[in-house]
Every structure is written in C-alpha cells, then in structure tokens.
Design a protein around this ligand. Structure first.
Ligand SMILES: [Zn+2]
Ligand SMILES: [Zn+2]
Length: 511
C-alpha cells in the first residue's frame, strides 16, 4: 500500500510529459539477417504473383522479370565457380541483351557493374573454357573469356531451371530483389515485407537479408515480444522499446552486412504471419519515437516479469545506468515459481557449464540486493568453492529469475526443548551435556526411538535436495512487460508506463 501511494505521486509528477525533438536518427529502413554465418545458404527460392524487380542496393534497376517463382543461388556448377565466354558485351539494358541472347542461343545474360553481356558458361577448368573460346572465335572473333570469381549470383526460373541472369557487382554493391508491384514476397515460403538483399561473402554461402522499413520490421517484432491482446498503451510502450532497441543496436551485425539478426539474440522477427492489427496500430501511433536520456538513445532492456520490483542494472550486469534503476511495480501479476533441485541435478548443470565441484556440499546465498534478489550465491563442493554474482546467480542454475530463495528439503523430526520439530539440521542448535551449541560438521548422531528402543542414528546435517522458490521471469531490469500490461489496464498511458520503468527518460521523436 505504501509503495502504491509513492508510485501514484511519482506518476502525477510525470503527468506533464513532454515529447522531445532531438537529433536522434531513426533510419527509414533496417536490414535484418535471415541467413548468415553458419546458416548462410547456397540458394533461396523467391515467390511473388507479380514478378520481380532485380536491382542493387543503391537503387539501380537491373532487370524486371515476369517469372513468379525464381531461384537465387551461388552461380556455381558442381560447387565450382565457372569460366564465362563473353560473346557480346556492351548492352546497357537487360531487354536488348535478352533479345540478342535469344537470337544467338547464348547460355545466359551476365551483368557486371552496369553492363550486360551475352555469355556462355563453361565449367571449371581453363582448358575446356579455352577450347570453347577458340571454337566460338571461328565465327565471333571478338569473343573473350573471363575468369571465375566468387561474387556471382545466378537468378533462374524455378520451373524451367533456365538462367535469367548472372549478377556480379565488383564495386561491392549488393543484389536487391523486390516484388514488381512493391508487395510482400515469399522467401523460402516465409512471407516478408520489403525487399531481399543477397551478399556473397568470400568463400562462404550467401547471406540473405530482409530489408524493410523500420515500422514494417516492428509490425512483426512487437507481437513476438508481448501478447498482442494486451492493452494498447502497453503495446505502444513495447513498440517504443523495440524501436529504441533496434536503433541503438543497429551496428550489432555490421560486419556481416546487416543491422540485426532475426533471432532472440537481437529481436525475434519472423515476417508477416506474426503481425497483429493491435501491435501494428501501436507501431504506427508511436512512429519514429524512441527513448532518450540526456539527449542520447538508451539501452531499452525489458523482461517478462519482475516479481513486484525491478532491479538496479548494476546488480544484474555490473555497470550502472541512471535510467535503469529499481522501481516498484504495483500491478505486476504474481509470477511465482518453484523448482525442485537436488545435488545430482545441480552437479549435471554445473558440469555442463564447465565447473567440476566434485561432491556438492552446500548452496549458500551470501548476499541479496535491496530488492531481495540474490546478488551472490556460493556453491561448495569437495573439489572447489565458487561465488557466482549478479546475473550469474540466476543463470548458473538455469533459474527463471534472480529473485529466489533456497528451501532445503531434508528435514528431520527431532526432539528439542520445545517438543518435536521438523528441521533441517545444518546450522541448527543442539542441546547436549555442554548446553546449547551449534551443530557442526557433515553429520550428527542423534538418539531416536524405534519400536520402543532407543537407537543412535547418524544423520546428514546438510540437505541434498531443495526447492528453489522464486518470483518473476527474466532479468528484471527496465520495463516489466507484466507490470506494463497491468498499468495499461489501470488507465496509464504509454508515456507514463515508459517513464515509470526508465528513470528520467524522454520520449523523443527521431528524425
Ligand atoms: Zn543478433
Ligand atoms: Zn513487474
């Protein structure tokens, strides 16, 4: 209750929200890697009912194809780059090259740096290419051969297999393909807006990139990050976070030729089928808006559920940010969880992470943050002892959150001065001839009564099985999606929601 009133006063102070216009560039388009690195591909199938516009990223138009199903692939034969025999060059447009190749039965049209060539494609070895060249020169003395190179991309008709064009830009410009009428296209059967860019990185397969407007990207991303049925103001808050994240991280995959990848590593982007009307509206109504602090774009991290109070960022990732401070979360739904664990399961987890503790002896929470999250947990085995801090206090045991307690499960019915109690013996006190002292060591011998007889029994003092009882889901820093949905349901606007979770920020309309 106390927290709630402090919260309401805080919100009232923020009521006079100001939209700031600053020099933050929000790019019109963004490039998202679909296939890259180890997932790069040799070929991609593109479908569109209206045909395709083939061009370069700088906007040069190379060809317009009426085919509705094309294959874009590395221009190789039997996994080798090929020699080309150029029969006629100097065509300045695709159609005149097409007319010539059809009349002269050339294999295909080769495009390189603004010029089209009628070409024959000869496989692999130089001798075969040379022989063909001399044969052709009997009737066409100006024919010449060009060497294989690793930049060429073949575009062919999926149905007939016929090559429509082999594309090469030695200037480093990338091939860009869009649907002829500007609509969506199917990339290997997944529908995407915008266009698709292909890069042949040297010696690797093709990198395939979806190039879309920032808002079109967010249409797909926002509903994959928050349930689309949430209140509109929560969806708008999420849209602003997702846009802020995209802008701030736009250099993340720059070395691979795109801004962000399509996976959890950046933000999940799976094309048109994920879009929902409600989140599309949220994206449109927050057009170009991002979060800034002190005129600079922020790291707009968010998590699913904070468990009632968000966390200071330094208690999770180490270094502080003035806008990532712990705040109360009055409408955070209770997301409590329980995870039974025992030493053998924990040991498997630790071994998988490269830690060999030997026989585990204890798990001990050494320190908590002021919000109650675990800051330091010490794990002790007979081979090593190690303290895991901050986020590692969560991830080392694969827990849902850092907000947890360890409840030992091995309890014993023992007789104390106040009667029988169910206790875990570790760290407890015992009454014996020396008075009341702490139980020490791994085991203790107690007298039990069995079938009317007094029997000494040795019991372990340390529990080997536990229930981890926790709150929340995720790192707990920045916006809590669960709480944001609650705030929206209680009438708060997306500006109020964002300013609640990100201390001292402004909503800035980028250029
Ligand atoms: Zn990524
Ligand atoms: Zn929360």
């Amino acid at each position: 209750m106390r927290y709630k009133s402090i919260f309401l006063i805080g919100i009232m102070l923020l009521m006079s929200c100001i939209f700031v216009q600053a020099d933050i560039a929000v790019p019109e388009t963004i490039k998202i890697g679909l296939k890259y690195g180890s997932t790069a591909v040799k070929s991609v199938n593109l479908k569109n009912n209206n045909g395709f516009r083939i061009g370069t990223e700088s906007g040069k138009q190379v060809a317009v194809l009426d085919e509705t199903n094309i294959m874009v692939e590395k221009a190789q034969i039997n996994n080798e780059e090929t020699y080309l025999i150029i029969e006629k060059g100097g065509f300045l447009d695709y159609n005149s090259a097409l007319t010539y190749t059809e009349e002269n039965k050339n294999d295909m049209i080769y495009y390189e740096d603004n010029v089209f060539y009628a070409a024959r494609e000869k496989i692999m070895n130089h001798t075969d290419a040379n022989n063909l060249l001399w044969e052709i020169r009997q009737t066409n003395p100006s024919a010449y051969m060009i060497e294989p190179n690793q930049k060429r991309i073949r575009i062919s008709d999926q149905k007939s297999g016929q090559t429509k064009l082999v594309f090469s830009e030695q200037t480093g410009e990338n091939l860009e393909i869009a649907s002829k009428n500007g609509g969506t296209l199917l990339i290997d059967s997944v529908e995407y807006r915008g266009s698709v860019v292909f890069i042949r990185q040297d010696a690797s397969d093709m990198t395939v990139i979806s190039k879309v407007s920032m808002n079109e990207y967010l249409y797909s991303v926002t509903p994959s990050e928050i349930p689309a049925g949430s209140g509109l103001e929560a969806l708008k808050a999420q849209a602003v976070c997702a846009r802020t994240y995209a802008v701030q991280n736009s250099g993340r995959h720059a070395s691979m030729g795109f801004s962000l990848c399509d996976s959890q590593h950046c933000q999940v982007y799976k094309g048109v089928s994920w879009e929902k009307d409600s989140t599309t509206q949220a994206v449109n109504e927050t057009n170009k808006q991002v979060l800034t602090y002190d005129g600079k774009i922020i790291t707009a991290v968010y998590s699913a559920s904070c468990g009632g109070r968000t966390e200071d960022v330094e208690n999770v990732w180490g270094s502080p940010h003035p806008y990532l401070k712990s705040v109360e979360d009055p409408y955070c739904k209770d997301v409590s969880w329980e995870l039974p664990l025992d030493f053998s399961t924990i040991n498997q987890t630790l071994l998988a992470k490269g830690y060999d503790f030997g026989n585990l002896q204890s798990l001990e929470i050494l320190e908590r943050t002021p919000t109650g999250r675990v800051l330091k947990i010490q794990i002790t085995g007979d081979k090593m002892t190690k303290v895991f801090e901050r986020e590692q206090a969560r991830t080392i045991l694969n827990l849902k959150s850092q907000f947890y307690d360890i409840v030992p499960q091995n309890t014993f019915r023992i007789l104390t001065a106040s009667g029988f109690l169910y206790w875990n013996l570790g760290g407890r006190e015992k009454l014996d001839a020396n008075g009341i002292t702490k139980i020490e060591g791994n085991a203790v011998t107690v007298l039990t009564v069995e079938n009317g007889e007094v029997v000494p029994k040795t019991l372990p003092t340390v529990s080997e099985s536990f229930v981890i009882k926790g709150e929340g889901n995720g790192h707990g820093v920045g916006m809590c999606q669960n709480g944001a949905i609650g705030l929206a349901d209680h009438g708060y606007s997306y500006e109020q929601i964002l300013k609640h979770y990100y201390t001292g920020v402004e909503i800035t309309t980028g250029k």
